[in-house]
Design a binder for this molecule. Structure first.
Ligand SMILES: *Cc1c(COP(=O)(O)O)cnc(C)c1O
Length: 384
């Protein structure tokens, strides 16, 4: 049995109706040290981390997400994703402020055009809560050195005048932080561009604040089909009843959903956890899309794993479970290479005559390459 449990925590003094209200969730986010310490006993590493976070990436945690933290476990996988730690203040030599080289690929501020036919459109610089390994921490949350320069009008004009773009991915920050009205203004403007075939949003709102996924929002999104949504879940615990119901509303509205998770040390870096995660996602009608090697963001060394960990996880899934459940493991090429796929090697030997492969059990199989029809057979056949 796969268990989903409710996030509702009466210790917040909220009624169930309040808990179910996105405005209440956002208004009651934990964003100060005092607030945090009144709810959880911090470790020394966390306390220092919270004090230092104010200069880099703000802390903010919705009650929904906070409630799934195990307060008695300093190594809780939810806690490591969202409570700052002092290690964030150390920049390892390989780390970068803009690990994916986005700033140098912006034809218009806020619009990243790296691939031939699709763009990443950053529409806001705020989120419902802040992931400590945020790839855009340089511009997100409003406390870092750099400000996200968003020029929606210039971006729309660029898209209107660039017919090679057929796919627009809205991100930020989190686009679902915008009101339904503001979001619809963006969607309708994009939908009116004839060469744009589909629009998608990257959002962690369904996890941090599933209460935002109202029937009204779903009805609005439905008008913009084909509409895709990439959500971000790292650990099976994040899929609470509230999240499952929100994802159900989106799926019922015909929204095609994929999950992007980030491989994080001591959070989700085992085959067992990943398997539980992908099975739970399928039950929520979400297809695992990408498993990301953690970007070389400044202050992320304590959360990064070796790339071989990701390969080991994919190898532990492929063949062992439903093909639909297996994400593509990728590294976003540091400095602007884009997403590069990594796959376990199943090819044992390959020459012009045959390819020898191993299967998920380690057994070997040989597939002969196609051979030409012998000339004498050809002549015989032609003579008939
Ligand atoms: C991830 C990303 C996309 C979308 O890539 P897909 O593989 O199509 O999901 C587009 N542009 C940028 C800059 C991205 O980082």
């Amino acid at each position: 049995m796969i268990a989903f449990s409710s996030s509702y925590d009466p210790s917040w003094g909220a009624t169930e109706d309040q808990w179910a209200d996105a405005k209440w969730q956002l208004k009651n986010r934990v964003n100060t040290l005092a607030d945090l310490e009144s709810r959880i006993e911090l470790t020394q590493e966390e306390r220092a981390g919270v004090l230092l976070a104010g200069n880099k990436l703000a802390m903010s945690i919705t009650p929904q997400f906070f409630s799934i933290i195990d307060k008695n476990d300093p190594n809780c996988p939810i806690r490591r994703q969202i409570i700052p730690r002092m290690e964030e203040a150390w920049t390892a030599p390989e780390e970068l402020a803009d690990p994916c080289g986005e700033d140098s690929h912006m034809p218009v501020p806020g619009l990243v055009h790296r691939y031939p036919d699709r763009v990443l459109f950053l529409v806001t610089d705020r989120c419902a809560s802040y992931c400590r390994y945020c790839t855009r921490s340089r511009v997100v949350s409003g406390v870092g050195e750099q400000k996200l320069n968003m020029q929606h009008e210039a971006a729309f004009e660029y898209l209107e005048n660039t017919p090679s773009v057929r796919d627009v991915l809205l991100s930020g920050g989190d686009p679902l932080l915008l009101s339904d009205n503001k979001l619809e203004k963006i969607l309708s403007r994009l939908a009116a561009i004839p060469h744009i075939q589909f629009i998608r949003i990257g959002s962690r709102f369904p996890i941090f604040c599933p209460q935002r996924i109202t029937p009204e929002l779903c009805a609005m999104l439905k008008k913009y089909h084909p509409f895709f949504l990439s959500i971000h879940v790292n650990h099976p615990k994040e899929l609470t009843t509230e999240v499952q119901e929100a994802l159900g509303r989106l799926a019922d509205a015909g929204v095609v959903m994929g999950n992007q998770s980030v491989l994080l040390k001591d959070v989700n870096d085992t085959v067992e956890i990943q398997k539980a995660l992908v099975h739970k996602l399928l039950m929520c009608r979400v297809r695992p899309y990408y498993l990301y090697q953690c970007d070389l963001i400044t202050g992320s060394s304590h959360l990064r794993t070796s790339a071989s960990k990701g390969l080991e996880i994919i190898e532990g899934l492929r063949g062992h479970t439903t093909g639909y459940a297996i994400p593509q493991f990728v590294i976003d090429g540091p400095g602007g290479g884009g997403k590069i796929p990594l796959n376990p090697n199943y090819v044992v030997n390959h020459n012009s005559n045959e390819i020898t492969l191993r299967n998920y059990e380690g057994k070997q199989f040989t597939y002969p390459e196609p051979s030409d029809i012998p000339q004498e057979i050809k002549s015989e056949l032609l003579a008939t």
